[in-house]
Design a protein around this ligand. Sequence first.
Ligand code: NAP
Length: 327
Amino acid sequence: MSGRGKVVCVTGASGYLASWLVKMLLERDYTVNATVRSLNDPQKTEHLLALDGAKERLHLFEASLLEEGSFDPAVNGCSCVFHTASPVIFSSSNPQEDLVEPAVKGTLNVLQSCTKVPSVKRVVVTSSMASVIVTGKPLKPDVVMDETWFSSAALCEEQKLYYPLSKTLAEQAALKFAEEHEIDLVTLHPGFVIGPLLQPILNITSEGMLNFIKKGQEIFTDGTYRFVDVRDVGCAHVQAFEKPSACGRYCLVGKVAYSSEAFEILHNLYPAISIPETFRCKKDKRVGPPHHVSMERAKSLGIDFLPLEVSLKDMVESFKDKNFLIL
Ligand code: NAP
């Protein structure tokens, strides 16, 4: 489908994932109203303004998740709103203020802006596997997680999993608001996003991945990763709008793998990346995949996940290009 003549909004446009989404939308001829927190920070805007088509069809707006009505101008006249903005922080001394409030209030603020604009046909919210997996059910090799799984906010709180709590509460708030206001809402649930970066600076997750590659630092303590490529996630966003039949939740995970498996791939691609001893030991304990995440609904959106090898290679190349990594 061509986006010619259509205006769409992307919130949190300077982020890792949203930058790819903006690029893909511009490539499909959409006019994009992109929100950023500050128009005066070139590190958050220059890479967007340099995209093909940006000069003609990218409009930047300032908006804050916590400021009521701040998304009104960006949403005005749009046929779809892609709400990606949300704090991605894994440790905080004040999780309520730093994570939960901006995630939940921000989602409601954006949806509220959408109710004021009759042109909005669909809202696509970027949720996360974090709002799927915290159920208390054990994750064993025969388990297949799917869209019927909902994280428990109580369990997130009990286990002090504040990022999953923020995404779980934000999704719950979005579902309730959308039902009450008859908004056509689709939620996307990416796993751990990897792949090349468009933005010049590291976000939390790509920094985690850089430290994983450079120092063998584990990101998830259980050593299990639900990887998905940033380009597949971007594409899923576009499809979630363009496919009239898209609805409900979509898990987006291309490959569930142990960290030792990812390291083996990295070492095979780049012998200079040596496998840390801790990962060598873990390899001996591996028995089949840790668990599965259903791809059925993602495939119905037309997503054919990129192989993990491709995502890892392209991410390493991107780190090298931006001088974050020297091999
Ligand atoms: P990111 O690069 O940190 O992007 C987050 C975006 O949210 C940034 O543009 C950030 O603006 C914006 N934001 C945060 N707090 C804000 C506030 N108070 N007001 C306005 N904007 C605010 O991270 P990302 O990985 O691309 O994440 C994008 C979305 O994907 C998030 O909803 C995240 O939960 C979800 N997700 C990410 C992953 C992953 O592995 N990366 C996995 C699943 C889901 P600034 O740039 O100004 O900080």
